[in-house]
Design a protein around this ligand. Sequence first.
Ligand SMILES: *Cc1c(COP(=O)(O)O)cnc(C)c1O
Length: 379
Amino acid sequence: MKKYQLMAPGPTPVPSQVLLAMARPIIHHRTPEYEALFVEARDGLKTLVQTRQDVVPFACSGTGVLEAAVVNTLSAGDTVIVVVAGKFGERWVEIAKAYGLQVVPLTAPFGETVSPERVAEALARHPKAQAVLAQHSESSTGVLHDVRGYAAVTRGTSAILIVDAVSSLGIADLPMDAWGVDAVVAGSQKGLMLPPGLGFAALSEKAWERAKTSTLPKYYFDIAVERRFVARNEARFTPAVSLVIGLREVLRMLADEGLANVFKRHDRLARATRAGVEALGLELFARATPSPALTAVVAPRGIDSEAIAAAFSRDHNITIAGGQGEMKGQVFRLGHMGYAAEFDTITALAALEQILADLGQPVDFGASVRAAQKVFAAR
Ligand SMILES: *Cc1c(COP(=O)(O)O)cnc(C)c1O
């Protein structure tokens, strides 16, 4: 028997109390029970997203709400400025192009970031740009982009800032209202410790104004219509009831821990993971601020990163992730978001040591574990 451990950058493990809550017989969504459930979830989501606005749920994966943010705030022919420093940045470009938008890509080599100054310059050069699209945590490279800086340079312009927070909500601090972010979108299967299938979108006043005149086609994802139902603690269509039940549990857990502590925990896990892999002589893929959600590691010279990911699974029953797109073969990614704690990090590092040794690398056993424990000991 090999105990199964999910350590990918999403989906992430679901706590047993959440699984148990979701395992109870399904309830109908047009009932007082659902309403009471939704009232609590609605309130908890606002706290989590740090906004006074309603956070509108949709039954879809994260990409669904990325698309929802675009179709609800933009119009045919609009120009958008996109931060592209990884595969998820490229996804924004693909969505924008699918709707015929004019894309101004701000590219950086994968592993790096795009500075707020470059966003400011692009906004000055394209005064008609209607939106800036960016990731907070770019999960393909393990970089955390400067959303606070992007918000500061976007605020005074006619553009809105739309942030993909799928791998940062409940992981890295993103105070939507305080920073002035216009749209935050996220999904259930990363920091929220839920199975995949639930997406969330919150819009600022400025973005809601935009929604009034947006001409891109939409039906299921019409957020203005959905918000009218949310305001009555209802859903327009059948909601993902069991996921909303799980969400209520998760929101309680996060409230008990305290948001500030949730962010601190992720930061510590990330620092310990980085210290661990560096103690093995490995290089981080991130050359800018690293994400607290996951650590992208460059495979040792001559070793295919997919072989490392495969060995995690085959030899240890641990799921991690390899590299996406052009990073395939070069990078492997260790997730430490959501239902993740100190000894999960120790497990991942200990397994990594064994795998590298099995692949013929010189390994000083315990070196990465020791480095991580030092991070945990320094409180
Ligand atoms: C996981 C993820 C997504 C969403 O992917 P789905 O598979 O559609 O849920 C989007 N952006 C980022 C940054 C992610 O990490």
